[in-house]
Design a protein around this ligand. Sequence first.
Ligand code: GLU
Ligand code: ZN
Length: 491
Amino acid sequence: MSVRVRYAPSPTGLQHIGGVRTAVFNYFFAKASGGKFILRIEDTDRERYNDESLQDLYDTLNWLGISWDEGPDRDGGFGPYVQSERFDIYRKYTEKLIESGHAYKCFCTEERLEELREEQKKNKSKEQGYDRHCSSLSEKAVAANLAEGKPYVVRFRIPVEGKTTLRDVIMGEITRKNKDVSPDPIILKSDGFPTYHLANVIDDHMMGITHVLRAQEWIPTGPLHVLLYKAFGWEPPLYCHLPLVVGKDGSKLSKRHGSTSVREFRRGGYLPEAIINYISLLGWSFDDSREFFSKEDLEKLFNLEKINKAPAVFDYKKLEWFNGQYIRMKDHDELKALLMPILIDAGIIGNPPSEEEKVVFNGAFPIIRERLKLTTDVTDLVRFLFVDELTWNSDDAVPKKMDKAGTIEMLKIALELLEGFDRRSEEENEVHINKAVEEKGIKLGDLMQPLRVAVTGTKMSPPMIQSLALLGEDRAVKRVEGLLAQLKSEI
Ligand code: GLU
Ligand code: ZN
């Protein structure tokens, strides 16, 4: 059997990292098993649909390098791949279900259904949901209703007896009593639009989908889908429900935990390589130890056997760590090409950068490279090299257990030490500073913190001596004097 899998998003919001995990698992499973990966747009919910979400879907998958063998723009003979273009198909198959007695027209008005809900609530009735009122309408009654032009929906007849089992690669057999499946769900709405269940099942069948990989939150709809397959006389696909992606507190990953859309991660300085690697480990492992996987590795190694049942905790710190690792694995020119536009966008260098700005950036590159966790960190690391005037938050300059007066003394020592800085080598400057620290009986950190803040404006910066060398003695001295004056005026 040759594998055919699909990612079937509904474009109703930005691509969530959990949804993209589903896409990535489908993609890698298809690649690793020599099958086909299909992209299908489930846009039947026209109220929640929006164009921006659709664009975001394409942007996200393209950015990650996840390509599909068949989809809206790539016909593989099973199209169209957009559900709103398949309404005729859904209507045709609904007719078949009505003919075979598996579905029926329901003429109940919204008012009647509302009353029914109220009553069920009031009586705390065990019967929940639709009461199958129209399931036994005579042909004559149906014809009369139609003649009167009454609007109707089509409902799927859920068997009252028996059980339904779905086969799940990870969860094993999942069996539910049919009477526990919500009675007679709508499959075709009064405007002729299909609901998710009908469209999803018809399309998976017609597109030859062999395995349905989707998140565990879809398990409750599984029995209904299998019943639909049976009603059509079709063989259901093999299910593979993926573990949920949760935050540290165990609840479904949401805004409360941090960024959730891939777009936010992308804008926040994450690399696609890091995201692919990290999310492939959300519920899957290769063995007990290996952590690093390129996209090419996963295209060969991914398998269904190593998918977990237990929820996968999304660890933001771990993703950030992966990102730092991938930044350092990047070819230098490639990384520079990623960082430059960030500096341009932040207004730190011109567009296009001047020759001088390029020289300064190239000088800073070797020392900032080691410190980047996110590509966007570059702005804070190099800003001090490109601006003329800095502003200081003097509290940042004051080391622990010291006051402003003590900090002033440190800056005075720093001024002494800066004299002749440019004439000495890196090693000589290091010796020079360490010697002074020893002679004066002060702590290196107490000297460095005010100096770092004076020179760079932040507590975070690349290694001090190299930073000073990049900035040059004159500018460094001016900045130390500037902060000194500010501190003096503050006490
Ligand atoms: N359109 C559904 C979604 O938004 C697809 C669910 C499924 O994979 O069956 O996730
Ligand atoms: Zn009805």
